[in-house]
Design a protein around this ligand. Structure first.
Ligand SMILES: [Zn+2]
Length: 533
């Protein structure tokens, strides 16, 4: 792609804004971050994905990009999320650094590490590979000691800035740091004195311990969020960082950080982009780390291929709220994606504007290499039907498709996995079926019997000569019209309904002609042969 292509996508437009705003730089630093206070939920992913899309856009402009992901694991462990194992054990660590809280799953070295590794693994699945920065390590290594001194020395100036955005002024005993008590490791401490140089003394409000810290050699001091954020913008030379509504409100942390970064740390704020929330529709609970019912990126990846997850985010502007569906709309999402993929590869035609956008969104959605030719597109709906006909057997289902290359193989594998998972966990009951082996006992009148006799004989003698669903559909209507010669008001439902009952013991199901073709004549004949016709 040329470095001067026209920016039609918001990620490209944002990349151009960054280049214009920050000037020509050797490397552009884009940042995102989360406090690993619990399972990282899917709502957080919008921020990560927003940065990743802009990173790709900058790279498409030929720029070097550093995408940093800050794990705020030196934050305090404030609240035990619901549904965490061993809550009694976790309770002992409240108000200690999250990084010192043990992993209740006993898998990782800490509570923080557990949730960090988990999310990082999920990100790799959608080809998002940021450079992780673990804030506890940075703080404890003393990397920020000069910034901490600068912050303490600027206490009055900072309080003045913050007070402009507060209803009530900060108290005179407020200091712009939090200290983890050397004795009980909790951050419920108050600063007693700062000597203006290296010595900071404090008292613990919980265990009454009094301590003196040497700022050059302590790992106990941390900046609160409203200072931590702008401090790191300068420390890492951040050029772009998006934020959710919660940070973006008037007087919110972005407003104050923008002033603090300039007046206290002598830097400038990164380019900002506010993103809207993402909702979940159907089959899953509320998205919040503390509610316990958490939807994760992995949950979404159980239903959507990685490319489709990226594609959904790339398709919406960041200021648009959207929902990721787990209900029947999953079918629509797959159909939409397939249509856009066909547009992007020129398999379908559309107006130039739409084609250009489809291509750009598709490039931004790619996981791994952009394929030369369009991957196979097993319709999600049809795939669900075939998998059910084959009782979940993926290998058997695979034989219905012409798999040409590795990309096709991966598409088929991932889509089948998603279809099976969706059927098992989220599909509405009337979408699910099991093909009978034994025909249920049903009463048929003479007209119906004649239809089934005709159908049976066609399956025995004629079906091998047809190749499309449409031909079989027309054939069945020929049989119905034959009945109508003696019974003009005969309705198709009078044979289709019993046919569904015979096939799947339901009153409706997938479109019959295609369904019969997919099930195959042997199975259908075995059922029809059990009828008294
Ligand atoms: Zn203490």
């Amino acid at each position: 792609m040329s470095e001067n292509f026209k920016p039609i996508h918001w990620a490209d437009q944002t990349a151009d804004r960054i280049i214009r705003g920050k000037g020509d730089k050797e490397v552009y630093t884009l940042a995102s971050g989360i406090t690993p206070s619990g399972v990282v939920h899917f709502g957080n992913f919008r921020e990560t994905m927003t940065v990743d899309l802009v990173a790709r856009a900058l790279k498409a402009r030929g720029k070097n990009v550093r995408f940093i992901f800050s794990w705020d694991d030196y934050d305090t462990f404030r609240k035990i999320p619901r549904n965490m194992p061993n809550p009694e054990e976790l309770e002992k660590y409240l108000f200690q650094p999250i990084v010192d809280t043990p992993d209740p799953f006993n898998k990782s070295e800490s509570y923080a590490a557990h949730h960090e590794a988990n999310y990082e693994g999920q990100l790799h699945r959608v080809d998002v590979n940021p450079e992780s920065i673990y804030q506890a390590k940075k703080y404890r290594a003393g990397d920020y000691k000069n910034e901490i001194k600068k912050t303490l020395a600027s206490r009055d100036k900072i309080a003045k800035i913050l007070n402009q955005h507060r209803k009530e002024d900060l108290s005179n005993s407020w200091w712009p740091v939090s200290i983890y008590c050397e004795k009980c490791n909790r951050d419920k401490t108050s600063v007693l004195n700062y000597d203006g140089n290296n010595e900071l003394s404090y008292v613990c409000d919980l265990c009454s311990h009094k301590g003196k810290l040497d700022l050059d050699n302590t790992s106990r001091v941390k900046l609160p969020w409203r200072l931590d954020w702008p401090m790191r913008w300068v420390f890492e030379d951040v050029d772009f960082e998006p934020g959710g509504k919660d940070h973006s409100s008037e007087g919110g942390s972005y407003t104050t950080a923008k002033e603090i970064v300039k007046d206290i740390y002598g830097g400038e704020a990164p380019l900002y982009l506010q993103y809207e929330f993402v909702k979940i529709k159907g089959g899953a609970g509320k998205m919040s780390s503390s509610s316990g019912e958490v939807v994760t990126l992995n949950d979404v990846l159980n239903v959507y291929e990685p490319e489709i997850v990226r594609w959904i985010f790339a398709s919406y502007r960041t200021n648009v709220e959207f929902a990721v569906s787990f209900d029947l709309d999953v079918l629509k999402a797959y159909e939409d994606f397939d249509r856009q993929e066909r547009l992007a590869f020129g398999v379908d035609s559309g107006n130039q504007k739409k084609v250009d956008m489809a291509k750009r969104v598709y490039q931004l959605s790619t996981v791994g290499e952009l394929p030369d030719e369009m991957p196979i597109q097993p319709s999600f709906r049809h795939l669900c039907n075939l998998l059910q006909i084959n009782e979940g057997n993926v290998e058997k289902t695979r034989s219905a498709y012409e798999i040409k290359n590795d990309r096709d193989e991966r598409r088929f594998k991932e889509r089948s996995h998603c279809a099976l998972y969706w059927l098992k966990n989220y599909a509405p009951d009337d979408f699910k079926f099991h093909v009978n082996e034994k025909a249920p006992a049903i009463e048929l009148n003479d007209f119906q019997k004649s239809f089934f006799r005709n159908l049976k004989s066609f399956l025995e003698n004629g079906i091998d000569n047809i190749s499309t669903d449409k031909e079989l559909h027309e054939k069945m209507y020929d049989f119905i019209n034959e009945i109508r010669e003696s019974k003009p008001d005969f309705k198709p439902g009078e044979v289709f309904l019993p046919l569904y009952q015979i096939l799947i013991s339901k009153e409706k199901g997938p479109k019959l002609a295609g369904f019969i073709m997919s099930i195959g004549k042997e199975k259908i004949l075995a059922l029809l042969n059990q009828l008294d016709i």
